[in-house]
Design a protein around this ligand. Structure first.
Ligand code: ADP
Length: 165
């Protein structure tokens, strides 16, 4: 009998809300892994615009046609969550140099917390290189067009949230 071991990774984040940049990273991760757990942090301290349930729902809708994606919420330390699932690889997206400092700190801190989890970075396409949930929320707040940055249903939910429709 042949056993095949599934290559699994987690892709954690706030996803407040999911953008085309996140989707770009998820697709790249699926080239490398059989299962990618898109893991939505219940990080109330970041004061998210969308509740964790809303963010989970948007991620599920955005990824429903992708084979191998699992969507889950988690509380607490990401390394503990990864270990609880028996997953040793964490994916993060790397944009412009501005991400580097924070991500580097996160990797080194997570390594101190657990040696069992390794982080790998994926780069998005140049179209998505400067996209961030924060920027999109700012543009939406100022009444700018956000359809090019997020799936249409996310743009709709975002406009609803900030009372534009
Ligand atoms: P967090 O609060 O953990 O930074 P985010 O939802 O902002 O959560 O981001 C989750 C991950 O996705 C991070 O690694 C971030 O760098 C990455 N990411 C976000 N937007 C993009 C993008 N446009 N291109 C590539 N990676 C991105």
């Amino acid at each position: 009998m042949i056993f095949t071991v599934k290559r699994r990774a987690i892709y954690p984040g706030s996803f407040d809300p999911i953008t085309k940049g996140h989707i770009d990273i998820i697709k790249r991760a699926l080239y490398l892994f059989d299962e990618v757990y898109v893991s939505v942090a219940n990080n109330w301290h970041k004061n998210p615009l969308f509740s964790v349930e809303e963010r989970l729902n948007l991620v599920k809708r955005a990824t429903k046609s992708f084979k191998g994606v699992k969507v889950e919420g988690f509380d607490g330390l990401v390394v503990d969550y990864a270990k609880s699932k028996g997953i040793r690889i964490m994916i993060r997206g790397l944009r412009a140099i501005s991400d580097f400092d924070y991500e580097f700190q996160m990797v080194l801190t997570n390594r101190k917390l657990s040696k069992a989890v390794e982080t790998i970075f994926l780069m998005p396409s140049e179209d998505n290189f400067f996209l961030s949930s924060r920027l999109i929320k700012e543009i939406a707040n100022l009444g700018g067009a956000i359809n090019q940055f997020v799936p249409a249903f996310v743009a709709k939910e975002l406009k609803k949230k900030i009372h534009l429709i």
